[in-house]
Design a protein around this ligand. Structure first.
Ligand SMILES: [Zn+2]
Length: 341
């Protein structure tokens, strides 16, 4: 079994010249060490340990792979016996379907792949703002609520759900030390990085351009696949208005409109169930002027999931279960979109 799941984190090392001794393999886009090893019939923990030793200094800080780079493989002959034996004692499907993604933090880094519903789909997830730009800053009592931290948490949760269902996911913004957080009040920091490991500039245009260059390069690598870019924000300027949630797409993108509509549909039905006393009013609208929507090669949906300034919206972001629910709803919309493609 192999899973094409991306998690090249924090590429610390420049690409070294590689002298080829023994068996080697080239990492595919989105592939982690475990899946590369499985692809070459080297599935067990011992292979993984040998692989780490053989490729010291060639992996990213979190033992991730860099697509296109050649890696040395453990010799198959030596370990085939014990590996085959241990594999045969493993319940079917269980060992092969766990991914390790340190970006989710220690509590959530183990990701069990539940099914392959989203296999073949590629997502570029862009949490709003980050680095020196906190985005909108709301207030709750004495606490400050930074948009970038809450958008990041929902986006991480979405990434994880997508991975659980076999999708390839690129986090365009990554925070090395904030995994998925279950607190209500998320600490404000400025150390988020743009994929793969770039300091985020303060200038808004430079910041967005930086991540879109990455997304569009990756898009070319996954040519032919179903690909979507999703940008998540929580600063809809709707204070005092009834409108909750916006899904923006490019006016000329039918695929973007369809994806936005599919997510919106889930929100409409879930809100009716979760908050029967509070009418939900979301909108799917064209807004081609948004930089990410305008420049993304992948069909894009820019979401405003509420307004962090708005006391009525704040529980939606403060409660970790609600952040998870938002991620799950987005996933459900994407699943419907992918199925109906
Ligand atoms: Zn924003």
């Amino acid at each position: 079994m192999r899973f094409v799941v991306f998690f090249c984190l924090f590429c610390l090392f420049a690409v070294p010249v590689f002298s080829q001794r023994g068996p080697t393999a080239v990492a595919r886009p989105g592939e982690g060490a475990h899946s590369l090893l499985r692809r070459h019939g080297l599935p067990d923990a011992r292979h993984f340990q040998q692989f780490l030793q053989l490729n010291q200094g060639r992996l990213t800080a979190k033992n991730g792979l860099i697509a296109g780079r050649t890696y040395r493989l453990p010799a198959r002959g030596k370990s085939a016996g014990p590996a085959a034996a241990s594999a045969s004692h493993t319940p079917a499907g269980s060992s092969a379907s766990v991914l390790h993604a340190p970006i989710f933090g220690p509590k959530y880094s183990r990701v069990r792949v539940l099914d392959r519903t989203m296999r073949g789909a590629v997502f570029y997830l862009s949490p709003g703002h980050g680095g020196p730009d906190p985005g909108a800053v709301g207030k709750y009592g004495k606490h400050l609520l930074a948009e970038d931290e809450y958008a990041y948490d929902v986006t991480l949760r979405l990434a994880r759900v997508l991975m659980e269902h076999g999708a390839t996911v690129y986090m365009l913004v990554q925070d090395p030390n904030d995994g998925i957080r279950d607190e209500q009040f998320l600490k404000i920091d400025r150390d988020e990085l743009t994929y793969p490991r770039q300091r985020i500039p303060l200038n808004q245009l430079a910041r967005l351009r930086q991540r879109m260059v990455q997304a569009n390069q990756l898009y070319a690598r996954h040519k032919g696949a179903y690909q979507r870019l999703l940008s998540l924000h929580v600063d809809s300027r709707s204070q005092g208005q009834k409108i909750d949630v916006f899904f923006y797409h490019h006016a000329n993108s039918k695929a973007g409109l369809r994806t936005a509509t599919n997510i919106h549909r889930v929100f409409t039905s879930r809100y009716a169930r979760a908050q029967p006393n509070r009418p939900y009013s979301g909108n799917v609208l064209p807004r081609s002027s948004l930089y990410e929507v305008r420049t993304s090669h992948a069909p894009a949906v820019f979401m405003e999931l509420g307004n962090i300034h708005n006391a009525r919206d704040q529980p939606r972001f403060l409660l970790p279960d609600n952040r998870q629910a938002l991620a799950n709803w987005i996933y459900e919309g994407l699943r419907a979109d992918y199925k109906g493609r």
